[in-house]
Design a protein around this ligand. Sequence first.
Ligand code: FE2
Ligand code: FE2
Length: 165
Amino acid sequence: MSKNTTQSFEAVVSDILNNEDFNKLNNELHHGITRYEHVVRVAKTTYRVGKLFHLKNNNQTTRAALLHDFYTDDEMKDASKTAKLTIHPQLAYNNAIKYYNLNNIQENIIKSHMFPLKGDKPKYKEAWLVSGVDKIVALYEMYRYKASLLINIWALFLFNIIIYK
Ligand SMILES: [Fe+2]
Ligand SMILES: [Fe+2]
């Protein structure tokens, strides 16, 4: 991202990035990195694609992209792994509206980002965009970070066996 684009991106989302509750995502593991890093990557990618296609409400779309996974694991510790996949969009929306006024499109972006899993369906092109970007970013992160994290854990495990056997 160029310096100018980074600056204009930050101007659009700075209040969210400085939100104390939102910064708790820095302590959450997500695809082998932090959830904060994940949502920022999704938001930046959305912003760039939106700019490329001259999306009229690119700023609102980018803000919703940043808020799409605004939840902590602690908030749903009793839920099963599968349930977590389907309930976290509603949780992210509930957390987002504590701080920000969201329009119908932004609400749909957050609530439908896990489509086609159970839950809301994308009703606007902006929601299709964020849902698609989220999936591509997730695949990239799982390949780039989660796989290497697992390899490192296994290497450490094998190393311990060799050292302490
Ligand atoms: Fe999500
Ligand atoms: Fe996500």
